[in-house]
Design a protein around this ligand. Structure first.
Ligand SMILES: NC(=O)c1ccc[n+]([C@@H]2O[C@H](COP(=O)([O-])OP(=O)(O)OC[C@H]3O[C@@H](n4cnc5c(N)ncnc54)[C@H](O)[C@@H]3O)[C@@H](O)[C@H]2O)c1
Length: 311
């Protein structure tokens, strides 16, 4: 049994991770500035309110719960917030990460998993990218994720702390909090509403179902030794928004959703760099990562969960 701190453990991916860790018999300590209101703690799943920018608070939590391993998922996520409050995002995403590394170092934590992002690649140089592809983030969010990867190497070099960076794809599934693809389309289908998106149909993206990211993250957490400190986690394909709409219409033939051509623009009008698919062969070879959900299976599961939630 192992005590695992999950920063950002009240969020979309962090809470899914915390629940899986508790369900398999480890102790999950979810650390976040906010939690969903209807969550009750259990002996295996603790909720600790705290802020990663508070160095003493992070160290105290790691010490109090005698943490063995950390999954660092706390961040201010998304392109638009990172553009509108860049200094705050740097403080939370980069300084907060350094606080987590420091607390882990001081307490002798054996491994930290940092939930990095495919945003580190910026404009994809090729339709499918691997860990050796150029990293050229074009917005502050991706820059904070890449900076954190670099700081993780500094903490390894200076102190021997093991930090594994997982560059995860565009994750979707139950409780996805952001109004983006595929959430806005799935919500419209679940509510039987008509929705036409005027543009964005041509944008490709590696949409990965949250259960696959949870399974891959836990496999990376548990793997005895890592020959690399960075891995992609995605599906290896990059359906366009046209494809997402088409698959949702296959699942629900009466769905009244459509999208126009062109590239997606972020809220605020920022052009989205051209994306593509993540090659996750390295994660497959080292720790057996195998995504189980193709787009149709993932969208079906997501839609079913939204329908259950909304009655
Ligand atoms: N969802 C995706 O598609 C995606 C893709 C690539 C990478 N990621 C990364 O995965 C991680 C989790 O993302 P998510 O989609 O679950 O987002 P999320 O917004 O649901 O979760 C992030 C959590 O961090 C918490 N948080 C923010 N500031 C904090 C602070 N100062 N102290 C403590 N907690 C704080 C938030 O309250 C939130 O619960 C993030 O690091 C994100 O960068 C997500």
């Amino acid at each position: 049994m192992s005590n695992v701190l999950i920063t950002g453990g009240g969020g979309f991916i962090g809470l899914a991770l915390a629940e899986s860790i508790a369900a398999r018999g480890d102790i999950a300590v979810a650390f976040d500035v906010a939690f969903p209101v209807n969550r009750t703690p259990s002996p295996r799943l603790q909720f600790v309110r705290g802020d990663v920018t508070d160095t003493a608070g992070v160290i105290a939590a790691v010490r109090k719960y005698d943490i063995h391993r950390v999954i660092h998922a706390a961040a201010i996520v998304g392109i638009a917030p990172s553009a509108e409050m860049a200094t705050t995002v740097i403080r939370v995403n980069v300084e907060g990460s350094i606080n987590v590394f420091e607390a882990a170092r001081i307490h002798g934590v054996s491994r930290v998993i940092h939930m990095s992002s495919e945003e580190v690649y910026g404009e994809y140089a090729t339709p499918i990218v691997d860990e050796g592809s150029p990293t050229f983030p074009q917005m502050p969010y991706g820059a904070t994720k890449l900076a954190t990867e670099h700081f993780s190497r500094a903490w390894r070099n200076m102190y021997g702390l093991e930090v594994i960076n997982l560059r995860i794809a565009c994750v979707y599934g139950p409780r996805l909090p952001r109004a983006r693809i595929p959430k806005i389309l799935v919500d419209a289908v679940a509510a039987q509403q008509e929705l036409h998106l005027p543009e964005g149909g041509d944008s490709p993206m590696d949409h990965t179902y949250v259960d696959d990211i949870v399974a891959g993250t836990l496999a990376a957490l548990d793997h005895p030794t890592h020959p690399f400190d960075v891995y992609n986690l995605g599906t290896g394909s990059a359906p366009t928004v046209f494809d997402v709409v088409a698959v949702l219409k296959e699942i629900v033939p009466t769905a009244r959703i459509s999208v126009g051509p062109g590239e997606i623009k972020h809220p605020g009008g920022y052009a989205m760099p051209r994306k593509g698919a993540l090659n996750s062969q390295r994660a497959a070879n080292v720790f057996g990562y195998r995504p189980r959900f193709d787009l149709r299976a993932g969208l079906s599961a997501y839609l079913a969960s939204v329908k259950r939630e909304t009655g």
